[in-house]
Design a protein around this ligand. Structure first.
Ligand code: COA
Length: 179
């Protein structure tokens, strides 16, 4: 298995993976929603504001993750939010998700990204360095439906401190339903 950055040439496989995995995990509607989110992210996001990583095994895309930029109006740190994240249903539980996320975080850190955020299950994401944060310390772009799923980590030697100001995500992520 090999990990790659940049979706170019694999866009359709990556979006299909997101649609299928979420349909199988959470139902047809969620599959459609997350499939569309991945297409919107790839189509609408400036290249400097999106990092896509994926895993290939025997010519097939078996996992994919996306990080998109978040901007805070009183803090100039370089911040990216992770999501969506998907591992092919038949390949879950093999460690692929954790390995691909770790690969992505390391690549972002090397590129100078200072903070990674995500919004998901703390039990899973704590395995790749994420810790709970509050909306007071790090504003979310929309009021969170599940504040306990708001997570962050520093990608530098300095521990994560409060990020000042209100936040803005990329256009594709700018729908309350994702938060
Ligand atoms: C969640 C997901 C990305 C994890 O990837 P994965 O490759 O299956 O996970 P890994 O093999 O690296 O890690 C497995 C461990 O994480 C745990 N884990 C996996 N999914 C989990 C979840 N949704 N919540 C909590 N723990 C989870 C497993 O129990 C396992 O723990 P164990 O080693 O003690 O048995 C993958 O299962 C998936 O794509 N699920 C459907 C889509 C989804 O929920 N995406 C994330 C949205 S936030």
């Amino acid at each position: 298995m090999k990990f790659f950055e940049n979706a170019s040439g694999r866009e359709s496989d990556i979006c299909k993976l997101f649609g299928n995995v979420f349909a199988e995990a959470e139902g047809a509607e969620e599959g459609k929603l997350i499939g569309q989110l991945s297409r919107d992210l790839l189509r609408e996001t400036a290249s400097g504001d999106l990092h896509t990583f994926y895993a290939i095994d025997k010519e097939n895309v078996v996992a994919a993750i996306m990080f998109s930029r978040m901007v805070f109006n009183q803090d100039d740190r370089d911040v990216f939010v992770l999501g969506p994240v998907a591992v092919a249903t038949a390949r879950q539980g093999e460690g692929i998700g954790q390995s691909l996320i770790s690969f992505g975080l390391k690549t972002l850190a090397q590129a100078g990204v200072e903070v990674a955020l995500t919004y998901g299950d703390p039990k899973f994401y704590s395995r790749v360095g994420f810790k709970p944060i509050t909306e007071e310390d790090v504003a979310a772009p929309f009021k969170l439906q599940y504040p306990f799923g708001w997570l962050g980590q520093s990608l530098t030697a300095t521990p994560l401190t409060s990020i000042k100001g209100s936040s803005r995500c990329v256009t594709a992520m700018g729908k309350p339903i994702y938060w």
